[in-house]
Design a protein around this ligand. Structure first.
Ligand code: AQP
Length: 330
């Protein structure tokens, strides 16, 4: 049995640029509230980002930007460990071991995110296919209890559970079985240009997402151009009004008004009025967020990541050596 005082939380975001409201509302904004009652570990998962081609200079900039977004969102390095995945080599080492002893082709063939990203193209990297195994090793190295994520990552957390159970039953009870932590609201923010697909950094059009670093003009333009549904009623109805339901969710989460209150406020008013007000709410949020973001220097971020690396490595090394012993390679 592994004893720990506080539950351990692990989560991460890929530094693939253009972090958006979906990443914020579905994941990062929830993290700060978890810091007091849990041991929190937040990772900039750069080795996940390279499953898709990245420009080296852009990637370097995006790693700093992502960690800065964590800090601007209230993640406190005195309470939580913040680090860069590639700097703790135990992640890739454990991924290889899990690839060999726990993961099966049939498991990975079921992963819907791979299917969405590969879009039937066989000429994609093996890393893109194997991404969920690296994610499992990220989680399992730290005795994680809970993984706060958006809904799109639920299947990957479930795979982590399967891989951990297989290893534990075949070798030794070394891995804690993690649970996904998914909030009801905001877990799947949809694209502004297509309410049937999730908001995504790698979307083909910038009108799909509101970037956390977008200017007020960009944000306003994107909201005003957002797709709407037939009819003119402002009503939450995911089945028949997916676009307005998505905009209502964003409005509610950023304004702290309930969806019911918003429906009452906008009764008898059209989409135009609603979008104008939503644009203001989003711009206010971005302005506050960016004020905090702009106060943080790159130097400060580098120092936070270095300190975080030492703490993370300390935990990861111990777990990996136990794994290696049980495999017979140490
Ligand atoms: N649209 C979304 N709504 C709610 N949560 C979301 N997340 C992502 N998109 C939404 C959550 O954000 C966290 C970080 O995601 P990621 O960077 O690891 O990659 P992703 O899930 O693949 O997100 P993107 O934005 O679609 O990135 P790209 O386009 O680079 O793949 C996760 O917790 C995720 O659930």
């Amino acid at each position: 049995m592994i004893h720990q005082e506080k539950p351990t939380i692990f989560s991460g975001v890929q530094p693939s640029g253009n972090l958006h409201l979906g990443n914020y509302l579905g994941a990062i904004s929830r993290w700060a509230n978890l810091q007091d009652k849990n041991q929190c570990i937040f990772c900039v998962v750069d080795y996940h980002a390279i499953t898709i081609k990245q420009d080296p200079l852009e990637l370097k900039k995006n790693i700093i930007e992502t960690a800065k977004i964590y800090l601007a969102s209230g993640i406190d390095p005195k309470k939580s460990i913040i680090f860069q995945q590639s700097q703790v080599s135990e992640h890739t080492e454990l991924a290889w071991i899990l690839n060999c002893v726990s993961a099966r082709m049939s498991d990975l063939n079921k992963m819907t995110q791979y299917k969405d990203k590969a879009e039937g193209n066989e000429n994609v990297s093996v890393g893109l296919f194997d991404y969920p195994v690296l994610m499992a090793s990220d989680i399992l190295l730290y005795n994680t209890d809970l993984v706060p994520t958006g809904e799109d990552q639920k299947q990957h957390v479930e795979l982590s559970r399967t891989l951990a159970k297989r290893f534990n039953s075949q070798y030794k009870e070394l891995f804690r079985i993690p649970e996904p932590l998914i909030e009801r609201s905001g877990a799947r923010i949809m694209g502004l240009d297509d309410a049937f697909k999730k908001m995504s950094k790698s979307a083909k059009s910038e009108f799909n997402y509101i970037g956390l670093l977008d200017s007020p003009e960009q944000a306003r333009k994107k909201i005003m151009k957002a797709v709407t549904d037939t009819g003119s009623e402002i009503k939450y109805d995911k089945e028949n009004k997916p676009a307005i339901s998505n905009l209502l969710t964003i409005y509610s989460l950023l304004s702290k008004k309930t969806i019911k209150e918003l429906e009452v406020d906008y009764k008898g008013r059209g989409y135009g009025d609603f979008k104008k007000d939503l644009a203001e709410v989003v711009i206010n949020f971005l302005s506050d967020f960016q004020k905090r973001y702009n106060k943080i220097s790159d130097k400060e971020v580098v120092s936070v990541l270095l300190k975080g690396k030492k703490k993370a490595k300390n935990i990861a090394e111990k777990k990996l050596s136990e794994v290696k012993k049980s495999l017979g390679v140490l």
